[in-house]
Ligand binder design. Structure first.
Ligand code: ATP
Ligand code: ZN
Length: 292
């Protein structure tokens, strides 16, 4: 019987959420002693726990069919392999947000990336940085470093850096200033584009539809409220991501009950706007599972 393999980060920023998604898909695992391989117990999908940098290569080499990794790393490896089309992004996962930014020393008098022409840029993402700068028509010398990129300008090995930023605190601590965002990244589910047999394809489709359900459920809320019948159109328009709510009459009242699954985030502002057009008894509930 065929089995699928998904590679996720063993320990780091993406590990916890990657595992949470798999668990929310109803998958249970028998953990091996070395914890690098988890056997899927009631769905034929096994987990490989590895360094995030290895995930794209494992997909391209056919070691696994699926992988959860930051777009920054996936794009870097795909470019390294000349835009190799052995893997494809199936779904952005909504966590692990960061951006690849150009940064320069605080006291460097420079206001745009184009002024970096001909200078040295230190980065751990050489292919991605080169590609993004080339698209802007800027040619620079790329200095590849595997870590501690932020100290390169201080050491005199480069004039600027291209590094991952989320809050900017590392930059500030190193007296660097963000000049320009080159690339927005988040964790995503990547899939092999190699041909796989029908049985595996069937498993893959089932898994992808579960993941889709988990992510949609996480983004969705079930909203219930009472409203005057004549406010139905206004209410429908105010419910984020809803086209056809369910309508129920309320015994002995000219008001109706409206139930709907909101596909987008429901903010307090939405509830206040609903109240303003006559809604009452508004309840917002989480959605646990969803299958379209
Ligand atoms: P590994 O041991 O797996 O190689 P690592 O140190 O390379 O771990 P992490 O620091 O855990 O990796 O980052 C993993 C991914 O998290 C990054 O590739 C990126 O997609 C994302 N990420 C989110 N925010 C940040 C950030 N502020 N700095 C670096 N990466 C971030
Ligand atoms: Zn890494």
């Amino acid at each position: 019987m065929s089995r699928l393999r998904v590679a996720i980060q063993k320990s780091g920023r993406l590990s916890e959420r990657s595992l949470e998604i798999l668990k929310n898909c109803g998958l249970k695992f028998a953990r091996s002693k070395d914890k690098l391989f988890w056997y899927g117990q009631d769905f034929p999908l096994d987990v490989l726990l590895v360094r995030d940098d290895d995930i794209p290569r494992m997909l391209l080499d056919g070691v696994c069919e699926l992988g959860i990794v930051g777009e920054n790393i996936a794009r870097e490896v795909m470019l390294e392999r000349n835009g190799s089309d052995g893997m494809t992004c199936r779904r952005k996962l909504g966590f692990g947000h960061c951006h690849l930014s150009l940064a320069v020393p605080e006291d460097m008098e420079i206001s745009s990336a184009s002024e970096l022409e001909g200078l040295r840029i230190a980065t751990s993402y050489p292919s991605l940085t080169r590609d993004l700068l080339a698209k802007k028509g800027i040619s620079t010398e790329i200095v590849e470093l595997s870590g501690s990129v932020e100290i390169a300008p201080g050491l005199g090995t480069a004039e600027a850096i291209a590094d991952l930023v989320s809050t900017g605190s590392t930059l500030r601590a190193n007296h660097l200033r963000e000049l320009e965002v080159l690339f927005h990244s988040q964790a995503a589910l990547y899939c092999t584009t190699r041909s796989i047999d029908d049985e595996k394809q069937g498993l893959l489709d089932r898994f992808l539809s579960r993941i889709e359900g988990v992510l949609q459920a996480a983004e969705s809320k079930y909203v219930m409220l009472h409203a005057p019948r004549e406010a139905l159109d206004k209410i429908t328009a105010l419910l984020p991501g809803v086209e056809h709510p369910s309508i129920m009459p309320l015994e002995g009242s000219d008001r109706i009950a409206i139930h709907a699954v909101c596909g987008e985030t429901v903010f307090w502002e939405h509830l206040e706007a609903l109240k303003a057009v006559g809604a009452s008894a508004i309840l917002v509930l989480p959605v646990e599972k969803m299958l379209a």
